[in-house]
Design a protein around this ligand. Structure first.
Ligand code: GLN
Length: 463
């Protein structure tokens, strides 16, 4: 009940698009009844969860924060949400996000910015909660829910977690079913939990993961007991520090804020010391193709998005704009013009361009080759280390509006998170410390395929 009240009172954060107090309260009552009846409780009995509005929820409006899905009420439940309800959890509501999960600040939502509960000292300027899972990060950081779901295509769980001082893990590609989750870039999309600490992430991920015959890329593997396996003892673990993640500010024409980078460097160093204190051996590694990851991602993700978003045509879902006397083509055009936001349109245009006959080889094929090279970089690194430690993002949370006019500046925020996405590796962000202004900075742990346990353990040693 307390969480339902908190959500209702926290409208100023704009984290929830829809509140579903009855759903959460029903789970709480079921847990009370089980407890009173002396039954064994389900792992998430009564736990109120916020659901990113990318997951289809039966009977509850699901929009991906886009006007084009306005009025769409799924008749089915996504595998991820169903698994959470089967584990005893209840839904507090649907969380705001970047439109179709495209963005790093939550400013592309058709339903207004989400605001981070954090502020710079002496300033009232609202800060970005990160994106695209910005409703999730803001809600968890503000204490509106103990845990939330996120999705991560190129960093959308990790970067918002870093911006708001919480934890979040993207598991190995294929661990969590994509069935019933609105698709952005299908070869990259992965669901994962966002929570206050590493243990809660482990508990939530256990409930969310697992084979699903309805998703052709789902891995046919049992779900490990990650929570039981948690250990802050890293003796015998080799932690790799990738040389190429030390961005100097001026290289490659990338303009980073140098003062911000100094804070991140200091936090990274502290993280290395904590892992060493926990018994880990620190080794330097090289991931030589790192600088090509961001451009490759911003070809592959839009290419897949342009294909996935072709289905929003005014016929099948949500919005339909049918001008007087219009034909079918006019209806498609009018619906898509009115329904998609500017960033989504940009991605569709980029994606269509890089997939077009004349440019396919120059862009899309090249990007796929780069993707292979990035994956090989990681494979080579695993010969000398077990996990990698890097910063999550090149800056602390920026102010709303600060980067929204410059898509490239926004994309640069994903520089540390996209390489592991392209390689399908498990990766987590944990709070690493504060910058000079007292804003949270995240540290990222990247693991070998299927080694969520190694990632969680290193995360535990840092938090
Ligand atoms: N910020 C990245 C993008 O806009 C990542 C988004 C995501 O992981 N969903 O594509």
């Amino acid at each position: 009940d307390a969480f339902v009240v908190k959500v209702a009172k926290a409208k100023h954060l704009n984290a929830f698009l829809v509140e579903t107090p009855d759903h959460a309260l029903a789970a709480a009552r079921a847990a009370d009844a089980a407890r009173a009846g002396g039954q064994t409780l389900k792992p998430l009995a009564g736990v109120p969860i916020g659901m990113k509005d990318l997951f289809c929820t039966k009977g509850v409006a699901t929009t991906a924060a886009s006007h084009i899905l306005e009025g769409f009420v799924p008749t089915y439940e996504s595998t991820i949400s169903q698994k959470l309800w089967d584990a005893g959890a209840g839904m507090l509501g649907k969380l705001n996000m970047d439109q179709f999960a495209m963005g790093s600040s939550n400013e592309t939502s058709a339903f207004g910015n989400v605001i981070s509960p954090w502020r710079r000292p002496g300033s009232d300027a609202p800060l970005a909660p990160g994106g695209s899972s910005g409703g999730s990060s803001s809600a968890v950081a503000a204490g509106l829910c103990p845990g939330a779901t996120g999705t991560d295509t190129g960093g959308s769980i990790r970067q918002p977690a870093a911006f708001t001082g919480i934890s979040g893990i993207k598991p190995t590609y294929g661990r969590c079913s994509r069935w019933g989750t609105i698709a952005f870039a299908s070869s990259l999309d992965q669901a994962g939990p966002m929570a206050r600490d590493v243990r809660d992430c482990a508990i939530l991920l256990e409930a969310m993961a697992g084979f699903d015959a309805k998703d052709a890329t789902s891995l046919q593997l049992d779900v490990p007991r990650w929570e039981q396996g948690l250990s802050g003892d890293l003796r015998g673990v080799r932690v790799g520090i990738p040389r190429e993640y030390r961005f100097e500010g001026s290289g490659d024409g990338l303009n980073y804020d140098l003062e911000g980078l100094a804070s991140i460097g200091a936090t990274w160093k502290a993280g290395i010391d904590w892992l060493r204190d926990a018994g880990a051996e620190i080794v330097e590694v090289s991931l030589p193709h790192t600088k090509y990851a961001l451009p490759a991602y911003y070809i592959i993700a839009p290419a897949e998005a342009s294909s996935n978003l072709a289905r929003y045509d005014g016929v099948r879902y949500g919005l339909r704009d049918l001008p007087e006397g219009a034909g079918l083509q006019d209806m498609y055009a009018a619906t898509r013009a009115a329904g998609f936001g500017p960033e989504v349109k940009r991605r569709i245009m980029i994606g269509t361009y890089v997939l077009s006959a004349g440019f396919y080889d120059a862009y899309y094929t090249q990007a796929q080759k780069v993707r292979t090279l990035i994956a090989r970089d990681f494979e080579r690194a695993w010969e000398t280390c077990d996990v990698l430690l890097t910063p999550t993002a090149p800056s602390a949370a920026f102010a709303l509006g600060e980067k929204s006019a410059d898509p490239i500046a926004m994309y640069l925020n994903d520089v540390f998170t996209v390489p592991s996405s392209l390689a399908g590796l498990p990766a987590m962000s944990v709070p690493g410390g504060l910058d000079k202004q007292g804003l949270p900075l995240g540290l990222q742990i990247i693991g070998k395929p299927l080694d969520e346990q190694g990632v969680l353990n290193a995360g535990l040693a840092i938090e």
